[in-house]
Design a protein around this ligand. Structure first.
Ligand SMILES: Cc1cc2nc3c(=O)[nH]c(=O)nc-3n(C[C@H](O)[C@H](O)[C@H](O)COP(=O)(O)OP(=O)(O)OC[C@H]3O[C@@H](n4cnc5c(N)ncnc54)[C@H](O)[C@@H]3O)c2cc1C
Length: 499
């Protein structure tokens, strides 16, 4: 078969689409605008340290889940790739000044919660049994529902048997609303501290439920190593790549995508095109606003019900060891300014378990500060003003943070240096992430659990993958990439080959 598929974007979704299309016998070419593949899932070196840009936990590390098989088929995971559970999933300072641990052992977690809120026994037991129920649920990673067999649908529904009775209860309220079930102020804080504002409560429960089942482990080597394993897999299959090849337009003839035009004017023809870029880039730029897509346009236009979030991230190179800093911890610091807002909590993640991420006797401390759309606009304004202003604002913020860290972690005072600062604007500039969001739209109760159909109404031979078609994050990137190729194979009447 000599049918050609052009894949726009070489992040996890684009790589996945291309790997499966190649396995299924298509001639494939990935067109990536930057110099490297990987998109948001990447890493780079700075001053002798390694900066890991993405994975804090990876959904799909439980070998009994379909999603694990998908990660293995695309070369990202496998029996040779060690994954480690994050236990506790996180630790956090609470309003009363104590430290809470979100343990993954449910007996230990229950005891921890009771010690913080003995008056909340009923709500705690409801929380624990919800984690057990959500942990058993299958991710729909095998095939898009509309082309799945009845047997698959039944298997999926069966995996949800314990979730169905509680789904409405948790999918229709935000985490903030859910947290009001707890009388203890500390437990209310714990429920709210990890996820961005606005997420529906079910997100918290299924992520933690999966974590309890060992389904959100950290893969050895981090984001860059995972992406490079996929890249190797694709190269072994004979797939082609062009980096520094930004797609400007998708060429449409008689209601069919027939190729693309690169910046600079070069035209590439193909039987099929798969896009994995953010929806605003796809619809407004590459398709010139000529196609109306209900799913994406409702989200792009309704900013209240479909908000986005991001992070400003400061990477610190530290001499010594983390001492009692948990590997993931949300800690209170003296307030400091980022853009126009004061922050007094920072999410820390350290990579002391990755010996290749730092010189001997050192480690990398990653500090994440939650950012919303208004914060993105502030960073964008600094950037538009001048590169110097943008750099200066990053420096002021990083210096203020460094000073707070020296107070918070006296054993590291004088032994820390700023390696890198990334802002929502960095993600926007590098990957074209809409509003600087690297995790798609926030899943609010209003947004529900709907996914994109993977096709643009009125346009044939274009398939849409990318995290924005589901709900954000690595699992959505890999699943949507697979689904795009499955839909293509289905329409082309070509068997989809996964192994
Ligand atoms: C700080 C941070 C922490 C994260 N933590 C986690 C985590 O713990 N767990 C998790 O699951 N996820 C996490 N993520 C999110 C995860 O990395 C992303 O969800 C995932 O990598 C998205 O993959 P994608 O392929 O859908 O999109 P992208 O990675 O955005 O890929 C799109 C690609 O398209 C390219 N492109 C854009 N425009 C064009 C064009 N015109 N022509 C050609 N190519 C173009 C981009 O350069 C990019 O390579 C994190 C991300 C960040 C930044």
């Amino acid at each position: 078969m000599n049918q050609r598929v052009l894949v726009i974007g070489g992040g996890i979704s684009g790589l996945t689409s291309a790997i499966y299309a190649r396995k299924s016998g298509f001639d494939t070419l990935i067109l990536e605008s930057t110099v490297n593949l990987g998109g948001e899932c990447t890493g780079w070196d700075r001053q002798g340290f390694h900066i890991d840009n993405s994975i804090h936990w990876l959904l799909g590390t439980d070998p009994y889940q379909d999603l694990y098989k998908v990660w293995c088929q695309v070369g990202a995971l496998g029996p040779d790739v060690k994954t480690t559970p994050l236990d506790p999933f996180f630790a956090t300072d609470t309003p009363s000044g104590r430290k809470f641990h979100m343990y993954l052992d449910l007996d230990k977690l229950r005891a921890e919660m009771i010690s913080f809120g003995p008056e909340d026994e009923e709500a705690i037991d409801e929380f624990i049994s919800a984690l057990q129920a959500y942990g058993l649920m299958l991710q729909n990673a095998e095939v898009p529902m509309e082309i799945s067999s009845l047997r698959y649908k039944l298997r999926f529904v069966w995996s949800m048997r314990k979730v169905i009775p509680i789904h409405r209860k948790f999918a229709t309220i935000t985490i903030e609303e859910y947290s009001r079930r707890f009388k203890s102020e500390d437990l209310r804080f714990v429920m709210n501290c990890y996820f961005p504002k606005g997420y529906y409560a079910e997100a918290l429960l299924y992520i933690l439920g999966y974590a309890v089942k060992g389904n959100t482990n950290l893969p050895e080597g981090g984001s860059l190593a995972l992406e490079q394993r996929m890249e190797r897999k694709y190269a072994e299959l004979g797939g082609k790549v062009r980096t520094s090849a930004p797609v400007e337009k998708i060429i449409v003839k008689d209601g069919k995508a027939v190729g693309v035009q690169l910046r600079g004017g070069e035209i590439l023809e193909a039987e099929y095109v798969i896009s994995s870029v953010s929806p605003q880039l796809l619809l407004d730029k590459m398709l010139d606003g000529r196609f109306e897509d209900g799913f994406f346009h409702s989200r792009l236009r309704d900013r209240r019900n479909f908000p986005t979030f991001s992070n400003t991230v400061v990477y610190i190179g530290c001499e010594g060891d983390p001492g009692d800093i948990d590997s993931t911890a949300i800690l209170k610091v003296k307030p400091f300014r980022i853009g126009r807002r004061l922050h007094d909590h920072v999410l820390f993640h350290h990579y002391a378990d990755e010996p290749h991420f730092a010189p001997k006797g050192h480690f990398v401390l990653q500090c994440l500060m939650m950012q919303y759309e208004a914060d993105f606009e502030t960073w964008k304004r600094y950037h538009e003003e001048s590169a110097a202003r943008y750099r200066e604002e990053k420096k002021i913020m990083a210096d203020a943070l460094l000073q707070r860290l020296s107070e918070k972690f006296p054993h590291l005072a004088g032994k820390m240096k700023v390696l890198e600062v990334t802002t929502p604007m960095s993600f926007h500039k590098r990957c074209g992430s809409h509003k600087g969001s690297y995790m798609s739209f926030i899943r609010t109760p209003y947004a529900g659990t709907a996914s994109h159909t993977g096709r643009i109404p009125g346009l044939k031979n274009l398939y849409v993958g990318g995290q924005w078609t589901i709900c954000g994050g690595m699992p959505c990137a890999v699943m949507s990439g697979r689904f795009a190729t499955q839909r293509l194979c289905h329409d082309a009447k070509v068997p989809f080959v996964q192994d």
